[in-house]
Write a protein that binds this ligand. Structure first.
Ligand code: 13P
Length: 287
């Protein structure tokens, strides 16, 4: 069932758990995430970055694939198809393509411009029944070639953006995309608590979910985080399982080179990672 992310995130915020956003890269990824969410009776968000959208030949292809797959696989849990870190133009492309949710990342604009563009996109998204995420305070690390420094959001600016009627808010709290460096000082719970107090019952989004220790995840959820984004961790498990298959020479045995066989261990590894995260985030049996 393709739905906006609004209701599933409000329920998560109220029930003190988080819905996972798992970024997708291709058919195998999408199938693995959808099947695991269904198996665990969990709502799920499929994240698509602009780079991944381009890789899959365009947002129209992605939306058509996801809709058809939900139908063919009899996926009955709520699924949101969400643009991750969208540009202004990217948001309009995804709205047109049939996504059910968008993120407008205006965090690199001066706050006045972020407000102006977010206001417009909130209006358009809501008229068409889509949910919308905004961001204040950039997330560290690299995403599609853009490197952020992981600054902490200003709670007053968060309130300003939350008041525009967005459905979920990503606030930088020292989180970083990709693997966390050895000298990472951890999430800033002071910032998160201050943001949470300012924005009322707004579902908060934690980007950079890969490699955050379990206790920090649980604490973040207790402070209003209702959506956690995971991308790199699925890529790492896919790559490790694929490498093991090839290093064991299995692609040389029989028809082991058949892509359906070659990509199967990686797909199973993605499923295992998604399963683990759904359990940790507490969204199993919440569909
Ligand atoms: P990771 O790649 O660190 O899991 O972050 C994912 C993310 O935040 C996507 O927006």
């Amino acid at each position: 069932m393709l739905v906006s992310a609004k209701e599933m995130l409000q329920k998560a915020r109220e029930g003190k758990y988080a819905v996972g956003q798992f970024n997708i890269n291709n058919l195998e990824w999408t199938k693995a995430v959808l099947l695991t969410a269904q198996e665990m009776k969990s709502p799920v968000i499929l994240g698509v970055s602009e780079g991944a959208g381009k890789y899959m030949t365009g947002f129209g292809t992605v939306a058509a694939m996801v809709k058809a797959m939900i139908d063919e696989l009899n996926i009955t849990v709520p699924v949101a198809l969400h643009l991750d870190h969208g540009t202004y133009d990217g948001c309009y492309k995804c709205i047109k393509a049939g996504f059910s949710s968008i993120m407008f990342d205006g965090s690199h604009y001066p706050i006045a411009e972020n407000v102006e563009k977010t206001t417009e996109l909130v209006h358009v998204a809501h008229q068409l029944g889509l949910s919308i995420e905004a961001e204040v305070g950039s997330i560290g690390g690299e995403e599609d070639g853009v490197v952020g420094m992981g600054e902490c959001a200003d709670p007053d600016e968060c309130k300003q953006i939350a008041d525009l009627g967005v459905d979920m808010l990503a606030a930088g709290i020292g989180n970083i995309h990709g693997k966390y460096p050895e000298n990472w000082s951890g999430l800033s719970f002071d910032t998160l608590a201050a943001v949470n107090e300012k924005v009322g019952d707004m579902p908060l989004v934690l980007h950079g979910g890969t490699g955050i220790p379990e206790d920090m995840i649980k604490k973040a959820i207790s402070l209003g985080v209702a959506k956690i984004n995971v991308n790199t961790e699925c890529q790492l498990s896919f790559a490790a399982a694929t490498r093991e298959y090839i290093e064991a020479g299995k692609d040389q045995q029989g028809k082991g080179f058949d892509p359906r066989k070659l990509l199967a261990p990686g797909a199973e590894a993605i499923k295992a990672t998604v399963r683990e995260k759904i359990e940790l985030f507490g969204s199993a049996n919440k569909a």
